[in-house]
Design a protein around this ligand. Structure first.
Ligand SMILES: C[S@@+](CC[C@H](N)C(=O)[O-])C[C@H]1O[C@@H](n2cnc3c(N)ncnc32)[C@H](O)[C@@H]1O
Length: 416
């Protein structure tokens, strides 16, 4: 555990080509972190990288300065350019943290003992961010080998790109860097279940995907349950029963995720993920992305009151996303027991402009909304209303927290 201070279709590469958490305050982009043995913080650098791309209908996207619905979690044709709680600077910060993790936490023996170093990006979408992320991993592994004088022992690399089967893997494959130095494969399926053979992966990565639940908790759409989420589409301002139902779904999903990866990652192998987050102790309603969802829900209710859509449809619409805190993650990792926590950081971000935010949410959610409410819903009207509400609430939104969590876990050995 760290010290408290706090993803087949194979294609050939062009050529072959590094324990109790703590909290620390950091400068940009980190404001609070749990980290094992380094106080180093990433410098945010100007990036040519695209803010997170996501074609999942349940993911709304915004573009922060720094730091990363419906009833099922399959993809739609939406392609956004921003991810809630995410952003290019957070990704840049994440790259530095990935490098740090590989340099400091990955045993060289793991790299040297294999002729193919296998990396997975879980929830990769269609690129290009996934390409930048995996390249960061590969660069760090190569640098680590070279730094240790193992030039002649550089492994070959194989990268597995995972997302739901409905993801546009063709687009992903078509846009793969032509000069990549890895063998590539697509792996369709939910990362909440097994995707790879046992003890297969050396490094697993996921960015802005693990906030998406496997499903909306059943109770919140059950009119006979105390957790029925009438008049709301998310949990952050709902009755405690609703919050608990979402929390429980998140814990269950994450446990499935960890248990599946525990089978697939070699002993001592690493897993890093970044998600939109909530600082420890901060109420759900104080989180920017949650408040934005509440505002979005109020737009749907306004439309229902004016008779544009049915109120029952709003009552049965909930967004399957949970914005976790480091405490949430830590408790789940501990209860699961298969991984040690190596790094936990909070990356803070700039709040996005209402117009950009509304358009990001639209690109992420319109497919899901249309699926639920039918063709009759006027999406222009809905998202215009949303933009207006965001503008009217900008001073309140300004006071809300906008952060991402960055976590590195290490697969424990059977003897630990
Ligand atoms: C917001 S996008 C992030 C994409 C990319 N990782 C990035 O950072 O730009 C979330 C992605 O996670 C995928 N996803 C969500 N739930 C998933 C699951 N259970 N299994 C596999 N992929 C999932 C979505 O289909 C979507 O492509």
């Amino acid at each position: 555990m760290p010290a408290m201070s706090k993803a087949t279709n194979a294609s050939r590469p062009a050529h072959r080509p590094t324990k109790t958490p703590g909290v620390k305050k950091t400068s940009a982009p980190t404001s609070q972190s749990i980290h094992t043995n380094t106080n180093q913080h990433p410098e945010l650098v100007a990036s040519s990288q695209t803010p997170p791309t996501c074609n999942n209908p349940h993911a709304d996207r915004i573009q922060p300065k720094k730091e990363a619905g419906g009833k099922s979690t399959d993809n739609s044709a939406n392609k956004g350019k921003q991810t809630e709680g995410g952003g290019r600077k957070a990704i840049e910060a994440g790259k530095e943290l990935i490098k740090e993790a590989i340099f400091e936490k990955l045993d060289s023996k793991i790299i040297c003992s294999t002729n193919a170093f296998r990396v997975a990006d879980l929830g990769c979408s269609v690129g290009p961010n996934t390409f930048h992320a995996v390249q960061s991993v590969l660069d760090a592994v190569e640098q680590k080998c070279q730094g240790q004088g193992h030039n002649s022992q550089l492994p070959e690399f194989q990268v597995f790109f995972n997302d739901h089967a409905s993801n546009d893997f063709n687009e992903l494959f078509k846009s793969m860097p032509s000069d990549r130095r890895y063998y590539a494969a697509g792996v369709p399926g939910s990362f909440y279940s097994r995707l790879f053979p046992k003890a297969f992966l050396h490094f697993a990565y996921s960015s802005y995907s693990l906030q998406i639940l496997s499903k909306v908790p059943g109770e919140v759409v059950d009119v006979n349950s105390p957790a029925w989420n009438k008049g709301r589409i998310h949990y952050s301002k709902s009755a405690n029963h609703v919050v608990k139902a979402y929390e429980a779904q998140y814990a269950k999903d994450m446990d499935c995720f960890l248990s599946a990866r525990a089978q697939e990652i070699v002993s001592g192998g690493l897993m890093a993920f970044v998600v939109p987050g909530r600082p420890n102790g901060i109420p759900h309603a104080e989180v920017f992305v949650n408040m934005a969802k509440e505002l979005f829900g109020s737009c749907l209710m306004d439309m229902a009151k004016k008779g544009f859509i049915s109120e029952e449809k709003v009552d049965s619409f909930n967004i399957p996303q949970y914005i976790a805190s480091l405490e949430d993650v830590e408790a789940i990792v501990k209860a699961n027991g298969c991984f040690s926590t190596e790094t936990m950081e909070i990356l803070s971000g700039d709040k996005p402009q209402p117009k950009a935010f509304a358009s990001g949410v639209r690109s992420g959610m319109e497919g899901m909304i249309q699926k639920h409410f039918g063709k009759e819903i006027d999406l222009d009207h809905l998202f215009d209303l949303f933009r207006q509400k965001l503008e009217e609430s900008s001073s309140i939104l300004e006071s809300k927290k906008f952060v991402s969590l960055f976590v590195v876990l290490k697969r424990r050995s059977a003897t630990e």
